[in-house]
Design a binder for this molecule. Structure first.
Ligand code: G3P
Length: 218
């Protein structure tokens, strides 16, 4: 299973890379907006520099296929050929995914709310599929069931695409996505840390620390 972080905050990235067993980092324009002011290229390059060895998933802002292809080439030139270009799973996006895969570009299909979007993206050659779990839940779409259906389609068809659960607002959603068959999840680092430092955990550890001092005499 793969863990990724969904942030463009440089301090959060530094801490998370040091602490967590990560395989990648994901951003989108709204996540980047939270870090303004910055120079776009400088910020993306700084993220890349902080995440050696991790996959970097950068979202396109263009709305039409030709614009997406040009922007993908620009991002590869800026950040390296090995980045994953996040393509919204729209009509133009599915068209662009096919062309990007013909050129050997890594593709992450994003803004997925419906299993059918994911199935089209898999057929277009996408490497990762990002269902928006919290947003689906807010719109009364059962994201767990959707992930199960997408996973069945991938496994039955023998595809190599991976489900990358995204848009999480609580730890329960993350666990459900994994339990439903997601190969990977992208999560805000603060959410993972909030579980690791919850009162139940820290109280238990404090009691062990106290007893350790007693039994060792230290
Ligand atoms: O990676 C993008 C996805 O996580 C969107 O999240 O919080 O805007 O629903 P959110």
């Amino acid at each position: 299973m793969e863990w990724m972080i969904d942030t463009a905050n440089l301090n959060a990235i530094k801490e998370a890379v040091d602490m967590l067993p990560l395989s990648g980092i994901t951003t989108n324009p709204s996540i980047l907006k939270a870090e303004l002011p910055f120079d776009y290229e400088t910020q993306l390059k700084a993220i890349r520099a902080l995440t050696p060895g991790l996959t970097m998933h950068v979202q396109l802002g263009s709305e039409d296929c030709e614009g997406m292809l040009e922007e993908a080439a620009y991002l590869q030139n800026l950040l390296g050929q090995d980045i994953y270009v996040k393509v919204p799973t729209t009509e133009a996006g599915v068209k662009a995914m096919r062309r990007l895969k013909d050129r050997g570009v890594n593709v992450t299909a994003t803004a997925i709310y419906y299993p059918l979007q994911a199935m089209l993206a898999v057929s277009a050659g996408a490497d990762y599929l990002a269902p928006y779990c919290n947003r689906m839940e807010q719109n009364e779409i059962d994201f767990g069931k959707a992930i199960e259906q997408i996973r069945d389609m991938i496994d039955l068809g023998g595809y190599e695409a991976k489900i990358l659960g995204a848009s999480f607002k609580n730890a329960g959603q993350v666990v459900r996505a994994i339990d439903s068959g997601a190969h990977a999840v992208t999560v805000q680092p603060a959410m993972l840390r909030s579980v690791l430092k919850s009162a139940l955990v820290t109280d238990a550890v404090a009691a062990f620390t106290k007893d350790y001092a007693l039994v060792t005499g230290k």
